[in-house]
Design a protein. Structure first.
Length: 111
């Protein structure tokens, strides 16, 4: 006849089958570290232009649905590119001064 083998249980020396480490794992509640809030889009290239220094509405149609991209040109001029979703006007601003595309290209040229 074949003898049945009884599986060996790991555990404490008293034969209870429980280990202090195993109890701690089973009874412990895993706590996740709080995740930091996500950074807003564009935060990497945000230079902190005061809103009053750049247009908040389209200079042509007055629409408020604008795409705004802040950047620094090659000559270290901070500018804001604005594109209107309503009339599709595009413009570059250094503060409240509107720059021509020729001026932006000249300031962006490698020297």
């Amino acid at each position: 006849m074949l003898e049945k083998q009884i599986p060996r249980q790991r555990g404490s020396a008293d034969g209870s089958g429980a280990s202090p480490r195993g109890d701690a794992k089973r009874g412990a509640v895993r706590r996740r570290r709080p995740t930091p809030p996500p950074e807003p889009l564009g935060s990497i290239a945000t230079f902190g232009f005061p809103d009053a220094e750049t247009p908040q509405t389209c200079p042509d149609c007055g629409g408020g649905d604008l795409t705004r991209v802040e950047m620094v040109l090659t000559d270290s001029t901070p500018v804001v590119f604005i594109s209107c979703h309503d009339c599709e006007r595009r413009a570059w601003f250094a503060g409240i001064e509107e720059l021509s595309i020729e001026n932006v290209l000249e300031r962006s040229a490698k020297r």
